[in-house]
Design a protein around this ligand. Structure first.
Ligand SMILES: C[S@@+](CC[C@H](N)C(=O)[O-])C[C@H]1O[C@@H](n2cnc3c(N)ncnc32)[C@H](O)[C@@H]1O
Length: 206
């Protein structure tokens, strides 16, 4: 579902979710070509050994495994069992530092002040409730913890698959919501060029 208000950062809140054979296909399609976003998330959040990372909407776990390779302990969270199954299969041999849990941005299955980094890649545009998601991110982040959201940059008025992501206006609206939720040091940036351009919002929990 796409709302008509172009500045809404979770404009695909009504997306039905991934399940069944189509869900597995979607998970497979998210394994390839996602390393760039994983590296970008790690760079923007300065992930290092000793960090505890929450990968919100982890899908098949590409970014979770990347954070673990950098020495972090990671929990990948996703509401879609099909994604968690794919993530566990792909992670089994590569890392003991990653675990996966069923949950959503709006109800993170984590204790308060338990992570130093929370990121959400190609996912915030699906959050059912933006404010609940930001409240949860703030709750689970330790003071000084880093929040990073990354989305594909989309064109205003795009429809269908081409609309999965954020316009510059939607990114800016998300940054405004971060500010309203008490995050500080908020930065919005674009990366790459052409059809591969992504947009990020980085913020710090106080
Ligand atoms: C486009 S995929 C991106 C997966 C992964 N982050 C990546 O970049 O490869 C979006 C993911 O967000 C998950 N998702 C959808 N709604 C969510 C919500 N409210 N909270 C957390 N994750 C959600 C979906 O199940 C899906 O795995």
């Amino acid at each position: 579902m796409t709302t008509s208000h172009s500045a809404v950062p979770n404009h695909h809140a009504g997306f039905p979710g991934f399940a069944g054979p189509a869900g597995y296909l979607a998970a497979a399609s998210m394994v390839l070509g996602r390393k760039g976003n994983a590296r970008l998330a790690a760079r923007l959040s300065a992930v290092a050994a000793g960090d505890a990372v929450a990968d919100i909407g982890c899908g098949p776990g590409t970014a979770a495994r990347h954070a673990a390779r950098l020495g972090a302990s990671v929990v990948g969270i996703d509401p879609a069992p099909v994604m968690l199954r794919a993530a566990r299969i792909l992670t089994r041999r590569s890392s003991r530092a990653v675990r996966y849990a069923e949950g959503s941005a709006e109800a993170l299955p984590l204790p308060g002040s338990s992570v130093s980094v929370a990121w959400s890649i190609a996912c915030v545009h699906h959050w059912a409730d933006l404010d609940a998601g930001l409240r949860e991110a703030r709750r689970v982040l330790k003071p000084g913890g880093r929040l990073v959201a990354i989305e594909r940059l989309t064109r205003p008025g795009a429809t269908g698959l081409a609309s999965h992501g954020w316009t510059a206006e939607q990114a800016s609206a998300f940054a405004d919501r971060c500010l309203a939720h008490g995050f500080t040091g908020i930065e919005t940036n674009q990366h790459g060029r052409g059809r591969r351009t992504t947009v990020s919002v980085r913020a710090t929990a106080s």
